[in-house]
Design a protein around this ligand. Sequence first.
Ligand code: ASP
Length: 461
Amino acid sequence: MKEKELVVCKFGGSSVQNPTQIKKITQIVKEDNTRKVVVVSAPGRDETYNQKITDHLLNCATRGKYFSEQKIDISHEQSFEKIMGKFEYLCTGLDISPKGIVDALKKDLNNCSLNDEKRIAYFLSRGEHYNAKLIALYFKASGLNVELKLPEEFGFMLSEDYLNAKVLEPSYENIKKSFDFKEDTLYVVPGFYGITQNKELAVLSRGGSDLTGGELSYALDADVYENWTDTNGVYEVDPRVIPKANVIPRLTFKELRLLSSKGFNVFHFNAMLNCKKSKIPINIKNTNNPTHEGTLILSERVPMEDLVGIAKLDNMASIHIQKDMLGEEIGFSAELLKIFGEFGINTYHYPTDKDDIAILVEQEDLKGNINNLRRQIEKRLKTDNIYVTYNLSIITLVGIGLKENSFTIVDAITALKEKNISFEMFDMSPSKISFHIGVSQAISDIALEILHEKMLVNGYK
Ligand code: ASP
């Protein structure tokens, strides 16, 4: 196997939120000299309100509107205090003079004359900006040969959608040119923000430091993109429901997507796209348990087991529509989905037959909409009956091995039958690597436990 030469690491908010965590990441970086690019997030949450520093910055930029709109009682002055307090705490704990960092940050926030989105983007970027500066100083003081690479200087070019910017093509060339790895340099890069053609700062969508790391890995053709967080990796089932759940050692991008979109959430999806294109493995690792191998996300793997994980999505509702011969009516489903679209409601699976179609949606999306949605469907499609079932959970079993062995489905159903768990819905995805079982939410944890026990503990591992 080819020796690995270049690893891009990204450390998320919880990995850099206090001096102890920053000392841990310093150790991690020192342990392996192939870790040559370090992308950092803003310093996690504050110690009083447990809110992210990025959210406090958003609250300052909007003069308190951001939290007050969510009925959170934190003024912009209090947010300002928490941001400053956090950076002071980090500097003191790491023996760095707070002057350079804290004073400059204060000046940036107080003197900003931008308005609207540009002001918010500028404020948001400051968390990553100053945290990277501070971490670079600490790395240097710990004997590492560090260079701070700022996105506005090396040309991480973003579109002018200031709060949800897209990465522009010239960024890749700029990165290649700027990161030359001379003299064993370790590069520290703030995640989440970049610069527009007009030389203004813009931010990616929330959680966007993942994306900065993914794009750097792609541009530099890294051997691995390590994404350091506070869990051991991707779990086969939600460990909050089943504490003995194992971490999945290897899974494909596609499997992760299927698990994530159905309730697992570990990673910013767009961050994977270019890594997937270049087949760069992503390794999810735990800063608090660095010797654990974590989860490797790959383009391809040998399907040794049928299943890798089971996800569960709660608070779903099913809208079951009846109309004689709807299956023969050309354009019926298209019009139906259009109506959901007009209400801004995302639709999930739609099992259908001659006279019936069911649409699964998130219950939350029906709030304030169900009355008018029903009215539009009845009026435009002349339906016979519409039944809405609330409080459903969709359990999704995922694994590329399912394609090879569809009998796994039989075993899943048998396991539920043995424990008298009835289900409301069943559906296999066209990719044949996942299938969905809809159960009443009241019994969904038990159903998940039964399936986990049968399929992952005793069955296919
Ligand atoms: N600090 C930013 C956020 O909270 C970006 C990130 O952490 O990835 O969304």
